[in-house]
Design a protein around this ligand. Structure first.
Ligand code: FES
Ligand code: MG
Length: 575
């Protein structure tokens, strides 16, 4: 053991023979605890993001009992603390507006309570970065317990994938190819168990990133939510959290630059969600690691996509990935590119964690010489439309748009865009570049997942299913299509996207990694001079604070005052 009972943080609450100590102990006794429940034992906070309206975390009410069992087995004292649930489907306008609120809540829950370590229960998109960013900033030993993907969807003998198939069948419905009966069968077949989305969306990407960073039991992120292995993993996480406290195994011992580079490499090989870029940068900055868009673009050029999981892959889903060897199998294929000395919650190295890794199905987890896509899943574009960068997922769009010049069709807000794209007389061709602005971190606000702008109905009717689209919004990790996202700086803060007008020519050149409007500087100067800054949308409350402190997409969208280099540390509370 690296530390003794007297050194436990919780002992400051419970051990002193003082009036304060008496107050804390008498209140534990009020709940039915005896001194043997807490004396000499690390207190482990279990941050539970269960809620009645979060289907991805529906099993956490039960799973937390298994975590507690593990903590008790290892001689710890579990306390469950409810935390903001952030259900991707139901929280509006976007869970991204609240990721940093969850991070703040996590950090302050851990700081203000008598706890020595933590288990974090999350999985639905923003919960992974939210919980881990806060816990990294607090710095106590913690383990992340990923919710696990839900089971595959089913519809008339077909497999259904979260998100991607909803849009596919919605387009079929808009085109009159299926009716209400079929649509309702899709509705009841697409999400068949608790757990997060089972495509390689943001949830699967972010839990895998937490795994590669060493914050979960190695490989835990691939276990399906409904698999009994998930229950056993929960107990093991409980036991491990107690060991971590005694060993003083804090996040800074393994959250190094090497770990973040490993996570970025694995993300590319997974065909990750575009959202990963924002969260990974924000998480790294919390750990004091400077990861930039250019690092990710450089890795993307070198690392091929190996996971044949939708939406980048053609057939498979997370359940198939697990049976094929899961994340550990994928990391084994990638081992030559990884820093195997990177550590994790177990105190062992990544290399040791991969000793028993196998790939059982090489069509699901491809070898390096037979990738799903020869480059990584993301590319970073820069140019006079996005001086600080924008993102595209080349692997999931029609290749003809990767080098394309076409006239812009620009919309300033989502409702007017929706009205136009549903107009069957709209003057639009497959060469047009559809643009939505004022949907960024400030403009949305909260950078809603509007970036997979719907293909205009007129083009759908003509059989066209892809078109080049540009926005300062994000898109769901399960989305696909030629969508340029995260244009930075966003239009709302007077980024050059605000200067674009309909019928200007826009040029995308993937090889050169460029995104430009073909408008001369003099014209742009004139437009700039006529531009007026928009009025702030909120005058009070959390959103007011959000608008004052949110950073741009290329910087990870954290609040400036939460980043590790903001200007000092937060002291421990006086007791
Ligand atoms: Fe929760 Fe997709 S809705 S992960
Ligand atoms: Mg999502």
């Amino acid at each position: 053991m690296a530390i003794s009972y007297d050194e436990l943080r919780s002992a400051r609450w419970f051990a002193p023979d003082t009036l304060k100590g008496f107050g804390h102990r008498s209140r534990l006794r009020q709940m039915g605890y005896d001194p043997e429940d807490w004396e000499g034992k690390p207190v482990i906070a279990i941050l539970n993001t269960w809620s009645d309206i979060n289907p991805c975390h529906a099993h956490f009410k039960d799973r937390v009992a298994w975590v507690k069992k593990g903590i008790l087995q290892a001689g710890g004292f579990p306390i469950e603390l409810p935390a903001l649930s952030l259900s991707e489907n139901f929280v509006k306008p976007s869970t991204m507006l609240y990721r940093n609120l969850l991070a703040m809540e996590t950090e302050e829950l851990l700081r203000s309570h008598p706890v020595d370590g933590a288990v974090l229960l999350g999985g639905c998109d923003k919960t992974t970065p939210g919980l881990t960013m806060g816990a990294i900033s607090m710095g106590l030993p913690f383990v992340y317990l990923p919710a696990g993907p839900m089971l595959r969807g089913n519809y008339r003998g077909e497999t259904l994938g979260s998100g991607a198939d909803a849009w596919k069948y919605w387009d079929d419905r808009r085109a009159g190819l299926i009716g209400i009966q079929e649509w309702q069968e899709v509705e009841s077949g697409i999400a068949r168990s608790y757990g997060h989305c089972m495509t390689m969306g943001t949830a699967s990407t972010m839990t895998a990133i937490a795994d590669v960073l060493g914050m979960t039991l190695p490989g835990a992120s691939s276990i399906p939510a409904a698999d009994a292995n998930h229950i056993r993993m929960a107990s093991a996480v409980g036991r491990l959290s107690v060991e971590m406290v005694w060993e003083g195994r804090r996040p800074e011992t393994f959250l190094t630059r090497a770990a973040f580079m490993n996570a970025a490499i694995a993300s590319m090989a997974l065909g990750c969600s575009t959202n990963a870029v924002i969260h990974l940068i924000a998480m790294a900055r919390r750990a004091g690691v400077n990861l930039a868009l250019d690092d990710l673009d450089a890795l993307s050029r070198e690392v091929p996509v190996l996971a044949n999981i939708r939406p980048v892959g053609e057939r498979y889903l997370m359940e198939d990935f697990y049976y094929a060897g899961g994340l550990k199998g994928l990391l084994k294929q990638l081992a030559s590119r990884l820093d195997l000395a990177a550590g994790n919650v177990t105190g062992h190295t990544l290399g040791e964690a991969l000793a028993d890794a196998e790939v059982y199905h090489e069509d699901v987890i491809r070898p390096l010489d037979r990738p799903v896509y020869r480059e990584g899943s993301l590319a970073v574009l820069k140019g006079n439309l996005a001086p600080s960068g924008a993102i595209i997922k080349p692997a999931s769009c029609d290749a003809r748009f990767l080098h394309h010049t076409g006239p812009a069709l620009v919309f300033d807000d989502y409702p007017s865009m929706l009205e136009a794209i549903n107009d069957e007389q709209l003057d639009v061709t497959p060469d047009h570049v559809l643009v939505l602005r004022n949907a960024g971190p400030q403009g949305g606000p909260g950078m809603p997942e509007w970036g997979m702008l719907p293909v205009p109905k007129k083009l759908i009717n003509e059989g066209c299913r892809d078109i080049l689209r540009i926005s300062d919004a994000r898109m769901s990790g399960t989305s696909y299509g030629a969508c340029v996202l995260h244009v930075s700086p966003e239009a709302h803060v007077m980024g050059p996207l605000a200067l674009l007008k309909s019928n200007d020519l826009v040029k995308l050149d993937l090889t050169a990694r460029r995104l430009d409007m073909l408008v001369d500087d003099e014209t742009l100067e004139r437009r700039w001079a006529a531009l007026k800054p928009p009025a702030p949308k909120y005058g009070r409350g959390y959103t007011w604070m959000y608008l004052k402190h949110i950073k741009q997409a290329h910087e990870g969208c954290d609040f400036d005052f939460l980043e590790s280099d903001f200007g000092g540390t937060t002291p421990e509370p006086d007791i």
